[in-house]
Write a protein that binds this ligand. Structure first.
Ligand SMILES: [Zn+2]
Ligand SMILES: [Zn+2]
Length: 457
């Protein structure tokens, strides 16, 4: 007689437990999953509103970072939630299907990577009919078509770059051109910086006559742009078109009186090297972790003594600080590169010791020096942050109370909203046919042709 080994029998034979009971268990899983998807739609709508209205902008760098802090999501899934929430803002049909528990969050996540208001209906039909695996494969093929079109568009933009320059009859120079988006962004930033510089020079009364006529009326916006372009040309030629090394480019020299550094209310100078005054908070931040040269002046302002350049935080101490703090210490922040912040500023007599230092990213270093956020080290060594209005900003927020039966509350709410969610709500219409991704995209994607689809899949 032939017998199977007992452990194999156990895995191959259907379980001997009553199937109706297990079916019921399976139905419960399916029904609760649909309820969770419906609740996720509500959650995403709340996240979108919170994001739109900037509710996270209370010391956090993004809505995702706030979610990580407040809700305990991993940073990756927090970013994904925000992305999906934003995308659903322009996809009403997909949103409605998620609200009714007809589409799983996994399918919605995939759809929102490619769907636009124009293609939403077609993709939704695919998602309702197919499984999550089908949707994933269609979306992949779809993206490839999108990428090919994107690449062609970028190439067209690059090829179309131009700058036409000609002299008009009256001798003025006329410019007309077209730049690729990223070059355009660079151009706009440079023009903005130049306009800002001219504006500050005008206030300080140190305008270069060759660039601007100071006796004229306030210039219009196009006139300001023209002035800015002239300054760019001047600056570029003066520096022989040398963009400089990165270190030089980001170096900022601040002249500040010791009294101001210790107490922003004191009178005295706090200015960038080329003129514009900066708030005392900015000087304090820049001095917090910087190279420092101390100069002594006599009564007439003549420099009588110049000390050696020193780092306010020596390299060994900085390494120890990075090792201890690992990332920015602001609640919810995970940025790993940062500046050493003196909890009590060195200009106020705070020592440069590990216990008086905390690692803060650039954004949050600005928060504590210039935006009114406060931080102190408690007697137990922990850092305590406060919002500008004095309310504490805890490292971990207090949990919200839940109803005694959260699942029952969820079901009751969906029933009250008129959504009929049951074990078969999310079941696809798929009958088991083989999926031909190339054919499907060819039929669905507005820009697909047979040839591109074959290449893409
Ligand atoms: Zn600081
Ligand atoms: Zn930070």
């Amino acid at each position: 007689m032939h017998t199977r080994p007992p452990e194999l029998t156990a895995t191959l034979q259907p379980t001997a437990q009553p199937t109706t009971e297990l079916d019921r268990l399976g139905d419960q899983i399916a029904e609760l999953s649909a309820h969770l998807d419906a609740a996720t739609a509500r959650l995403l709508a709340l996240i979108r509103e919170f994001d739109d209205r900037g509710g996270w902008n209370t010391g956090f760098r993004s809505c995702a970072e706030w979610l990580t802090w407040r809700v305990g999501l991993a940073p990756g899934s927090a970013r994904e939630r925000v992305r999906v929430a934003r995308a659903l803002g322009s996809l009403p049909a997909v949103t409605a299907a998620l609200e009714r528990g007809q589409l799983s969050y996994a399918k919605v996540r995939a759809l929102t990577r490619v769907a636009t208001p124009e293609t939403e209906a077609r993709l939704l039909a695919v998602a309702r009919a197919g499984t999550a695996v089908h949707v994933e494969r269609i979306v992949q093929g779809w993206r490839q078509i999108d990428r090919q079109n994107e690449a062609r568009k970028t190439a067209r933009q690059h090829a179309g770059r131009s700058l036409h320059i000609y002299s008009d009859a009256d001798g003025t120079l006329v410019l007309r051109g077209r730049l690729a988006p990223e070059v355009g962004a660079l151009m706009l930033r440079a023009l903005d910086a130049a306009r800002e510089t001219l504006y500050q020079r005008r206030r300080a009364g140190t305008i270069i006559p060759s660039v601007i006529d100071p006796t004229a009326d306030a210039p219009t916006r196009p006139q300001q742009q023209a002035d800015a372009l002239a300054l760019l040309a001047e600056a570029a030629l003066r520096h022989e078109l040398d963009p400089g090394s990165p270190a030089e480019r980001y170096q900022v020299v601040v002249h500040v009186h010791a009294a101001i550094l210790a107490d922003p209310a004191q009178a005295g100078e706090s200015a960038l090297e080329d003129g514009p005054r900066v708030p005392a908070g900015t000087s304090q931040r820049l001095a917090c972790d910087a190279s420092r040269v101390v100069m002594r002046h006599d009564e007439d302002g003549r420099v009588v003594e110049v000390g050696a350049r020193t780092r306010t935080i020596p390299p060994a101490l900085r390494r120890a600080l990075h090792h201890r703090d690992r990332s920015c210490r602001f609640p919810g922040c995970t940025v790993r590169v940062g500046e050493g912040h003196h909890v009590r500023h060195w200009a106020q007599g705070g020592p440069t010791t590990l216990s008086n230092l905390a690692l803060l990213c650039r954004r949050h270093h600005r928060s504590v020096h210039e935006e009114g956020y406060q931080m102190e080290r408690r007697s137990d060594g922990a850092l305590q942050f406060r919002r500008p209005d004095g309310r504490p900003l805890p490292e971990v927020p207090a949990p919200r109370p839940l109803p005694a039966d959260p699942v029952g509350a969820l079901q009751a709410e969906h029933t009250a909203q008129g959504f009929q969610i049951h074990a078969r709500t999310g079941i696809p219409g798929w009958q088991g046919e083989r999926l031909d991704v190339g054919w499907a995209i060819d039929v669905l994607h507005p820009l697909a042709t047979r040839a591109t689809v074959r290449r893409a899949t």
